[in-house]
Design a binder for this molecule. Structure first.
Ligand code: DU
Ligand code: SF4
Length: 229
């Protein structure tokens, strides 16, 4: 199956009862006042970006009023504003902003996925929910694998999800388990002998960006490193 077909299957997944309830409740009755007149996506977030990407970016999970509203990864909240501006500065995104379907945004060389595809309460998926969503990440990794050079993980949950998915696929992950850190780089061995780099970055959430734990320059440096290989 190709990338759009996989995303179509993901976007109707109902494997996690708590998250199905939450994503649909927010969409029906929990809409933020500023968006009260908008239809909400209310489903798992499909990947967004270049189907032939050499870089896969792994986020944590959709935000209740962000991706769960717009249906596009990192779109409609402060995290996404910070990320797409950086993707545009570093040549991965056609536009510095991402609004939603029809805005003309386009990524080249990079595709965005998530460790968990449904918005979780308090942005905190349970271990069971992370495990339930891992097979979708594994399939996205398999589809990307022929051209893949790097997997950029935003935050430790994305980092751990990528390691778990890689191990489940039989990709070689160094032992002991590599620790997440900003600009951490770890080689993953694919069954065909190629190396794919696992790269870490602090997450683009306001918690990190407002406090300047993650600055635009820090994220740009990681993204530029991916462009040049
Ligand atoms: O219709 P389409 O050109 O396949 O694009 C669908 C969707 O995916 C659109 O919102 C742009 C995005 N996309 C992208 O970001 N980068 C690509 O290389 C191809 C599609
Ligand atoms: Fe399915 Fe993942 Fe959503 Fe759970 S979080 S319902 S596995 S798409």
């Amino acid at each position: 199956a190709d990338v759009p077909a996989l995303q179509a299957r993901i976007s109707v997944c109902r494997a996690c009862p708590r998250l199905v309830t939450w994503r649909e409740d927010v969409a029906r009755t929990g809409r933020r006042a500023a968006f009260a007149e908008q239809p909400y996506w209310g489903r798992p977030g499909p990947s967004f970006g270049d189907p032939d990407a050499e870089v896969l970016l792994v986020g944590l999970a959709p935000a209740a009023n962000g991706t769960n509203r717009t249906g596009r990864m990192f779109t409609g909240d402060a995290s996404g504003d910070f990320l797409y501006a950086a993707l545009h500065r570093t040549g991965f995104a056609a536009l510095p902003t991402s609004v939603g379907a029809g805005d003309g945004q386009r990524l080249t060389g990079l595709r965005i996925v998530a460790a968990v595809r449904c918005a979780p309460p308090r942005n905190a998926p349970t271990p069971d929910e992370r495990a339930a969503c891992s097979p979708w990440l594994e399939r996205d990794l398999v589809l990307a694998a022929p051209r893949l050079r790097a997997v950029l993980c935003l935050g430790s949950i994305g980092w751990n999800a990528a390691i778990d998915a890689a191990r489940a696929l039989g990709w070689e992950v160094p032992r002991p388990k590599p620790r997440f850190g900003h600009a951490a780089e770890v080689p993953l061995g694919l069954p065909d002998g190629r190396v794919v780099w696992l790269v870490g970055s602090y997450h683009v959430s306001p918690h990190n960006t407002y406090t300047k734990r993650l600055t635009p320059d820090m994220l740009d440096a990681v993204l530029r490193g991916l462009r040049t290989g």
